[in-house]
Design a protein around this ligand. Structure first.
Ligand SMILES: [Zn+2]
Length: 238
């Protein structure tokens, strides 16, 4: 059995529930690899072998060691059944089409990790918000983007089937971090000649909800704009 653990939902973020509801300490009990964000939608998080990195809107990357820091949304897992892969001439279009078809991902959750030299990378970083919080879509439309050329780094993230595109982002949700840990963020576009890494498919989804959080319990989700809002906020450029 391979399990993807999700804390919180993107639907709750869309409704502006940005307060952290799980500590890093508790999150790491459910996975050693993953992605997420901190309280106030403060940056883009990558968890690599239990090391937590946060890219903030200035472009700086912090190595997080405060186990009491809290997150409103995160996806993590313990690597269990990884398959090694090498991909050539790879970009988002190729991942979205060829890779999904070749590995029959349409109806499953999967994890992907790719490392190597990137010809081009485009990322964005959510800026920290203060209360009263706006919606995720409002934040998504005003966030700094950064690009880098000829940079060595790692992509990690998850694939989610279209039918789950309300609790999380449908399709690929990937974050990038450079090998020197100085450049990171939510991946919008990339281009590489050859990347190696691993992927795995999950047969179990554990969806954890912040039931003690008052705002979460009292918030309402606008279903008519939810899917489109998530796609605009968390989707990739292709
Ligand atoms: Zn992201």
């Amino acid at each position: 059995m391979t399990t993807l653990y999700e804390h919180g939902t993107l639907a709750a973020l869309m409704a502006g529930n940005f307060d952290g509801t799980i500590t890093v300490r508790d999150l790491l009990k459910h996975g050693s690899m993953g992605i997420g964000t901190f309280t106030g939608l403060d940056g883009e998080v990558l968890i690599l072998d239990n090391e937590v990195y946060q890219a903030v809107a200035s472009g700086k990357v912090n190595h997080i060691t405060d186990m009491n820091a809290t997150m409103p949304f995160a996806s993590v897992h313990f690597p269990a059944e990884q398959q090694g892969i090498t991909l050539t001439d790879v970009n988002f279009a190729k991942l979205n089409n060829d890779f999904v078809k070749a590995h029959k991902l349409n109806n499953v959750f999967a994890f992907l990790k790719l490392n190597g030299n990137f010809k081009h990378v485009k990322i964005r970083i959510a800026p920290k918000q203060e209360k009263p919080y706006p919606t995720l879509l409002d934040v998504a439309q005003h966030q700094p983007e950064f690009t880098a050329d000829n940079i060595s780094g790692t992509i990690i993230g998850y694939y989610a089937p279209e039918i789950f595109g309300t609790i999380t982002a449908a399709g690929w949700h990937l974050h990038f971090i450079s090998d020197d840990r100085q450049f990171a963020g939510h991946l919008l576009a990339f281009d590489a000649s050859e990347l190696t890494g691993s992927f795995e498919v999950f047969d179990n989804l554990e969806q954890h909800l912040p039931v003690e959080n008052k705002e979460f319990r009292e918030s309402t989700v606008d279903m008519s704009t939810l899917r489109d809002g998530i796609a605009k906020s968390e989707g990739n450029a292709d």
